[in-house]
Design a protein around this ligand. Structure first.
Ligand code: PHE
Length: 345
């Protein structure tokens, strides 16, 4: 038997099999088939017995070389498969850097929040503290202690949502005045603002909403005066409507303040000349205010012969509408992204 011819034939066959390999597991099969314990090389080695002694080394060497060659091809095939795998992965993960990127939409604070934050920034800078109070309120705080006894006609001014006989959704942020003064215990000066939601039994339309926002302000001290109130309101007007605004106070009525005033700001749109926003008057009404009524001070634990205070209440939606010419209050609540986006800071 011509061993060399047998080995050559075997190599050729193995080469063909190795070249055809496409998967890793096939690689192992082919290796086992040609180099395994029960493979053709085992048979060939059995022939060793019949080989003359002096030819044995050469025989062994020839067989071994054939084995090595096949092993070498198997290694090459393995490398080829690994590379192909990497290439396939790379092809799959190809990134087209010319594609437009994903757009991340940045949100913005709601216009009402911006208005509140502007006022907060100003007043915190002036030493005010921001307080909060419950939206579900007791009549006692919403009315009684604010000098609005049971049969007071002014209770009709504020159609309320009642939850039980004595519990309602607060109709204004003024109950926080009472709560704060009671908490302060009648001895400490008070300087707070309270932004928050309030509720009234209105039918919703372009200018009415059953829920809206107010910012309450309260200062109580031994020397607080109407002049302090006016100075503070002027600062607020300039913060909200821009520098150069003027304000004027008109006598008004609130049960919880005496004297009470309605505060107008000179129109930011026409600078006081008269336009559609100020309805030709040059002035825009922006808030209600006054000196805290003695009854309110007393009901809240402050000695009215020693302490006096001022308070104001700002309607946030109304201000935003006037400032930006928004003609429907419902725009604030329906969250139309096109509306909100216009007030990106
Ligand atoms: N609470 C009043 C309202 O809702 C506003 C106000 C607050 C007036 C404080 C005077 C002082 O209309």
């Amino acid at each position: 038997m011509d061993v060399k011819a047998t080995l050559d034939a075997l190599k050729r066959e193995a080469k063909e099999a190795i070249t055809a390999i496409e998967k890793m597991h096939e690689l192992n099969d082919v290796k086992a088939k040609y180099l395994g314990k029960k493979g053709p090389f085992a048979d060939i080695m059995k022939l060793m017995r019949d080989v003359p002694n002096d030819e044995k080394p050469l025989f062994g060497k020839t067989v071994n070389e054939a084995k090595q060659v096949i092993l070498q091809w198997l290694d090459e095939a393995r490398e080829r498969l690994v590379q192909a795998q990497i290439q396939a992965q790379l092809d799959k993960e190809t990134i087209d850097v010319t594609l437009p990127g994903k757009k991340f939409e940045l949100g913005t604070t709601h216009l009402l929040t911006q208005m509140v934050e502007d006022v907060e920034d100003l007043l915190i800078g002036m030493g005010y503290q921001v307080m909060e109070g419950p939206e579900v309120e007791q009549e006692e705080y919403n009315f009684e202690k604010l000098n609005l006894p049971q049969d007071h006609p002014a209770r009709d001014m504020q159609d309320s949502f009642y939850i039980s006989d004595s519990t309602l959704l607060r109709t204004h942020t003024s109950p926080v005045q009472v709560r704060t003064m009671l908490q302060y215990g009648g001895t400490k000066p008070v300087k707070i603002i309270c932004p928050g939601k309030v509720y009234r039994r209105d039918d919703d339309d372009a200018t009415h909403s059953h829920q809206f926002m107010q910012i309450e302000g309260l200062v109580v001290d031994e020397h607080t005066s109407m002049a302090d109130l006016k100075g503070t309101l002027l600062e607020i007007a300039n913060t909200l409507f821009g520098e150069g605004r003027d304000i004027r106070l008109r006598p008004s009525y609130f049960p919880f303040t005496e004297p009470s005033v309605e505060v107008d700001v000179s129109c930011h749109n026409c600078n006081g000349k008269g336009c559609h926003i100020c309805k030709g008057t040059g002035w825009i009404e922006i808030l209600g205010a006054g000196m805290v009524h003695n009854n309110v001070l007393e009901a809240s634990g402050y000695d009215s012969t020693k302490y006096r205070g001022f308070a104001f209440g700002i309607g946030v939606e109304r201000l935003a509408m006037l400032k930006y010419g928004i003609n429907d209050i419902r725009m604030f609540y329906t969250n139309d992204i096109r509306f909100n986006r216009q007030f990106k800071k």
